[in-house]
Ligand binder design. Structure first.
Ligand code: AMP
Length: 490
């Protein structure tokens, strides 16, 4: 089974139905999309062997969909890059993945080409258009354990890790989505608002399988008014949004377009108060997923129906184990934690990755005894609802994007005026969390901002600096992050 079979199924069942839109402009039908993907696949295989890593670096645009299915039809591995990353960070991922080629937008390609040895091909080029002159390749039959997607999550040490997702992992994810969260058909639409390299891109699979049209905003990004307009123009719309994006929809003060049927949120904490406001503005159209790159969007979930409850314990939870997944909370000794007790959340099932790309140490630390150790702490209640309590990893999730404090701290410490630095997250009504840097030293915040902008992605910059005489430390000299977080809450 190859993921290309999902597109094949849509093209056979709904050949002349609309498949992809850019704004309100129809670009192709399912049979045309299938044909484009197979021609692109043939041209890729003329240059690269099966298993080659093919990267994609662009804001949301329609070519991402044909490139993904073409890469799978060519039995190669897709490596989508988050367009919000700094070009230097993208180049590091390309190197780690050993990418054979990167398909990039002209803006990103111009910044990447001088700093990477990986062949950079501009999607808007004549060369890209000429690829469709190739004769279509035959749809492949592929062992489902074959690698399909290298999903890059940032490492706590600052080095990105590629979660290895196979055709089987992603099929299990797609099937569980259709079983638990949303049941689209050929008269529905999926609006891509979150980055398609991650959140929204994974959703392509279940919605393509059901022949639901794929809608790309003309802006290539998330604009709340454009999003709501698009949902009004296309039939029975669903979308995946990070919690911050939901908040921005509510802030428009607009009411729900009649066609907007489902908003799936996840990827970061949604506070109960914000959820209640969103439900009162748009109705019970929300469903939640809890997942991570290592078990893409599939650990637990909360259906739309559960959002009709006013039970705070339910609304504040991440729901219950997804179909086909086993989820447990383990104590430090590896034994299951009693109900209500906090432990590390682990899961197993067909959606779970086979390991990290060329990183056996990280794989051994994460996949143990048949479980994926998520690094998230939580507890189960008697009804099976899981509540996330804290993250054992110190990741800060700001506006749906993960920021790893250690990475920011390292860059801060490169500045001569910074003696010590510690980065934590603090709750924020707009962003979910914001990044705060505690600094020992004498330096102007504007100079620090400029320093960071040259080195890491804009969204990782602290939104607030706190200058202190010293950092609180324990007897081993380790900084007490909890104390710093508490000082922000006071
Ligand atoms: P990523 O691998 O970038 O998708 O980040 C995954 C992490 O985001 C998880 O390990 C959780 O810490 C967090 N996360 C994902 N979904 C949720 C959710 N529904 N609620 C709270 N945190 C979440």
């Amino acid at each position: 089974m190859n993921l290309f079979a999902l597109l094949d199924a849509a093209a056979s069942r709904f050949p002349d139905h609309d498949a992809v839109y850019l704004g309100d402009r129809r670009l192709c039908t399912w049979v045309e999309l299938r044909d484009r993907a197979l021609r692109l696949a043939a041209s890729i295989r003329q240059q690269h062997d099966a298993g080659a890593r093919i990267a994609i670096a662009t804001h949301n645009r329609p070519e991402i969909i044909e490139l993904m299915f073409a890469t799978w039809a060519a039995e190669c591995v897709v490596v989508p890059l988050n367009y919000k990353l700094h070009p230097r960070e993208m180049a590091q991922i390309l190197e780690d993945a050993g990418a054979a080629r990167v398909f990039a937008s002209s803006a990103i390609g111009a910044e990447l080409a001088p700093i990477t040895t990986v062949c950079t091909e501009i999607i808007d080029s004549e060369g890209y258009s000429q690829r469709f002159a190739a004769d279509p390749s035959a749809p492949p039959r592929t062992d489902p354990s074959t690698l399909a997607w290298l999903f890059y999550t940032s490492g706590t040490t600052g080095r990105s890790k590629g979660a290895m997702l196979s055709h089987r992992n992603l099929t299990a994810m797609a099937v569980a989505h259709l079983a638990d969260i949303d049941a689209p058909d050929e008269n529905c639409s999926l609006v891509h608002a979150a980055p398609m390299s991650h959140g929204s891109g994974l959703y392509i699979l279940p919605y393509v399988l059901r022949g639901a049209r794929q809608i790309l905003p003309a802006s290539g990004a998330f604009d709340p008014d454009e999003f709501l307009d698009l949902c009004g123009q296309h039939p029975t719309a669903s979308a995946f949004l990070a919690p911050t994006m939901v908040q921005r929809l509510v802030d428009t003060g607009r009411s729900r377009p009649a066609n907007l049927k489902t908003i799936v949120y996840g990827g970061g904490p949604m506070y109960v108060e914000s959820l209640r406001k969103a439900i009162s503005a748009f109705g019970p159209i929300f469903a939640q997923i809890y997942g991570q790159g290592e078990s893409p969007m599939t650990i637990t979930g909360l259906r739309c129906a559960e959002h009709e409850s006013d039970d705070e314990a339910i609304l504040g939870s991440v729901g219950y184990a997804r179909s086909g997944m086993e989820v447990a909370v383990l104590q430090a000794d590896g034994q299951p934690a009693p109900l209500g007790e906090i432990g590390e959340i682990v899961c197993s099932g067909d959606a779970v990755m086979s390991g990290y790309w060329q990183n056996p140490d990280a794989t051994r630390a994460t996949l143990k005894d048949g479980w994926l150790y998520t690094g998230d702490m939580g507890s189960f209640d008697a009804r099976g609802f899981l509540t996330l309590r804290d993250r054992s990893k110190d990741v800060v999730i700001s506006g749906g994007s993960n920021v790893y404090p250690r990475e920011v701290e390292e860059v801060l410490l490169e500045h001569p005026g910074v003696a010590e630095a510690c980065v934590v997250g603090t709750p924020d009504a707009e962003w979910g969390e914001i990044v705060v840097a505690f600094i020992v030293g004498a330096v102007d915040p504007a100079a620090l901002d400029a320093h960071l902008l040259q080195r890491i992605a804009r969204f990782k910059r602290p939104k607030r600096y706190e200058f202190v005489d010293e950092l609180p430390k324990n007897s081993y000299g380790k900084v007490l992050k909890r104390e710093l977080r508490a000082s922000l809450a006071r």
